[in-house]
Design a protein around this ligand. Structure first.
Ligand SMILES: [Zn+2]
Length: 179
């Protein structure tokens, strides 16, 4: 079985409309949180920037949450703008839904696909693992990984999931010998 890995190369952009300039793209940049205490309540925002006019947009991570509900180590990570926490927050589908943005993965990921060894006997089995939830169309990913045309993919690939439906969950497929 050949292992293929889909992983991000940077944080994806956010498709999010700027109220100032109408641009639809924002970036986390290096990743910054803002934490505000109000009595016994805490607000936490992830700060992102419009890529065109630089306006800062605040996206709520926690709103009016009791201070006592936070693990002190977690609070430290917000204060330190912990990059892993920035990534986990940005990639959390609930956070995206609440703040009404979609992720723009264009140019933010890569496929690591080791070439099949020439002595490998057909058919070849490949397992695709997602290290990050990048939405891909299996048909396009396989065409790219094997250097095949889309027609060849449809002819030579056996796969237990629909090849044209976008997914970010791992799957396996089999490449049949060409003619
Ligand atoms: Zn703007």
């Amino acid at each position: 079985m050949l292992p293929w890995v889909v992983r991000r190369t940077r944080l994806p952009l956010l498709s999010l409309r700027c109220v100032d300039c109408g641009s639809e793209s924002a970036t986390t940049g290096k990743g910054r949180f803002r934490v505000n205490a109000n009595g016994k309540q805490l607000h936490v925002w992830l700060l992102v920037r419009c890529v065109s006019c630089n306006r800062t947009i605040k996206l709520a991570v926690h709103e009016r949450a009791p201070v006592s509900s936070f693990d002190p180590a977690e609070l430290d990570r917000y204060h330190a703008n912990d990059p892993a926490l920035v990534a986990a927050t940005l990639l959390d589908p609930l956070f995206a839904r609440r703040n009404r943005f979609a992720l723009d993965w264009a140019g933010a990921w890569r496929l690591d696909a080791p070439p099949a060894s020439p002595v490998e006997a057909w058919p070849v089995r490949v397992e695709v693992v997602f290290e990050d939830p990048v939405p891909v169309r299996p048909e396009r990913l396989i065409a790219q990984g094997l250097g095949l045309s889309r027609n060849e993919v449809l002819r030579r690939i056996k796969c237990d999931i629909p090849l044209r439906r976008t997914t970010s969950a791992g799957f396996t497929f089999t490449v049949m010998a060409g003619d």
